[in-house]
Design a protein around this ligand. Structure first.
Ligand SMILES: O=C(O)C(=O)Cc1ccc(O)cc1
Length: 461
């Protein structure tokens, strides 16, 4: 292993209209806009829910970019006065690892080449950016940004950006241990946008962290992706289902479903550098899932993603919630649209009982399209799964949203785990069918389309 990942810092989205996506995340998904930044050429908005952070990037139009650059000319890099313009990029950085100096082109990421909205950077915290850079480069990794110090009045971070083998996905590696600020140098704090504002009164939304990131990849690419993450970051494979073949992955290949899934996770295998994102040391692990389509089962969501996205990438991100029913209700009331499972899902033999046995109300689950899968596997490690008292079964609840971008290039998922750490076969089938029926039937009314644009910073339409 070349680099020890200590935690996931944020996931970056590159979109044509940052206000619209940020507004959806605030008003519908109840994220809080907590930091913002405008540099020459870019607008960046950081939103948080629990420890899940999205950094929404928008490329500025040329005119605006010129204006920003002009503004910069009169700017004194040595001055970090809080009285500066709120939009000023008051950070400093170099492109080459020397002493820090002003550089407004520091994006903490890379500029994607495609034209569609995309989630394309998973930023990891590491303890030794220089060490990771040397070791990863030695292993043949391609770096887009060498180790670069950036600082403001709250301290200094060191970051570097490398390309993954998955389409346009990059990884920013950042060491934040020398930084006291809330996010990254150059971002100004934003107060009062989100966390209840613009959201329905009283609704619960207990999203705590990113549960998983799912990549959509071309056929037969999985071994290369696995090898890359195992060799470079020490990720470890874990088996999704009972019927999974170690070499083939978890394969669903009949009744119109042609899907190969393979999953891996990072923190448990890190030998050093482990730093927990939750103060109480209850580290949630973020999993990475690789989805490939299989031939012979017709047009499908993975191929459609690859086509619209222009190659492999992040198809969706799972948001962990402690109470999926109330979270889905709150989000639905706020305007989030979820895909629906096939009507027969809740009436299939045994499903109602399975839901009741898990202590849930089938009516409530069906109202929000929430799927439940009981994990029938024995715990191979012999360890006791973490279950609430009175529960004797491990199960998993999931629901997918409709795409949140204009194209079908990204959606979110709510997931609640009750002792089940993998992905249930029944749920995967139903999720696949939910997305297929959305794509085939009602592709025109996704929430991403035609939403009013509102300036998140000014709150004005
Ligand atoms: O269950 C999950 O969250 C998965 O990630 C499995 C999955 C992956 C891709 C699909 O198009 C449908 C289901």
């Amino acid at each position: 292993m070349a680099a020890y990942v200590s935690r996931l810092n944020h996931i970056a989205l590159h979109v044509a209209n940052a206000d619209r996506i940020a507004l959806d995340l605030v008003a519908k998904f109840r994220f809080k806009l907590f930091a913002a930044r405008k540099t020459a050429g870019w607008r960046q908005l950081a939103l948080r829910k629990g420890s899940a952070v999205f950094l929404v990037n928008e490329r500025l139009e040329e005119e605006e970019e010129k204006k920003e650059k002009k503004k910069k000319k009169g700017w004194n890099p040595g001055v970090t006065s809080a009285s500066g313009s709120a939009d000023d990029d008051r950070s400093s950085g170099t492109g080459g690892g020397g002493s820090a100096r002003a550089d407004s082109t520091c994006l903490y990421g890379a500029q994607p080449s495609g034209r569609v909205d995309t989630a394309c950077n998973v930023c990891f915290e590491v303890e030794d950016v220089h060490g990771a850079f040397s070791a990863l480069r030695e292993r043949g990794c391609r770096f887009l940004v060498p180790p670069t110090p950036v600082e403001d009045h709250e301290g200094l971070v060191l970051y570097s950006v490398l390309k993954s083998v998955v389409g346009n996905v990059c990884h920013t590696l950042v060491d934040r241990t020398g930084y006291r600020g809330d996010f990254l140098p150059g971002f100004r704090e934003v107060r009062g946008i989100g966390d209840g504002e613009r959201a329905p009164e009283g609704g619960a939304c207990s999203v705590t962290h990113f549960d998983h990131v799912t990549y959509a990849c071309p056929r037969r690419m999985t071994p290369e992706v696995m090898k890359w993450y195992e060799g470079n970051f020490g990720f470890q494979r874990f088996l999704i289902g009972r019927n999974e073949d170690v070499n083939e992955g978890f394969v669903l290949d009949r009744d119109g479903i042609g899907l190969r899934l393979t999953a891996m996770e990072f923190w448990k295998c890190s030998e050093s550098g482990v730093k927990l994102p939750f103060r109480n040391d209850q580290e949630p692990d973020c999993k990475f899932v690789i989805a490939e389509s299989l031939p012979h089962q017709g047009p499908n969501q993975v191929d459609s993603f690859l086509e619209q996205h222009g190659g492999a990438g992040i198809q969706h991100v799972g948001l962990y919630t402690q109470d999926i029913v109330s979270t889905a209700r709150t989000l639905a009331q706020a305007g989030v649209q979820f895909v629906s499972p096939p009507p027969a899902y809740y009436s299939q033999v045994g499903k109602q009982q399975e839901i009741l046995d898990a202590g849930h109300d089938p009516q409530l689950l069906s109202q929000h399209g929430i799927l439940l899968d009981t994990d029938l596997r024995q715990d191979a490690s012999g360890s006791t799964p973490r279950l609430a008292s009175g529960e004797n079964k491990r199960y998993l609840l999931q629901v997918f949203t409709k795409p949140i971008f204009t194209e079908d290039t990204f959606f979110l998922e709510l997931i609640e785990r009750r002792g089940a750490s993998g992905f249930g076969e029944g749920n995967i089938r139903a999720l696949w069918r939910s997305v297929q029926s959305y794509m085939e039937g009602e592709g025109g009314d996704s929430p991403g389309r035609g939403t009013e644009s509102v300036s998140v910073e000014t709150g004005q339409r």
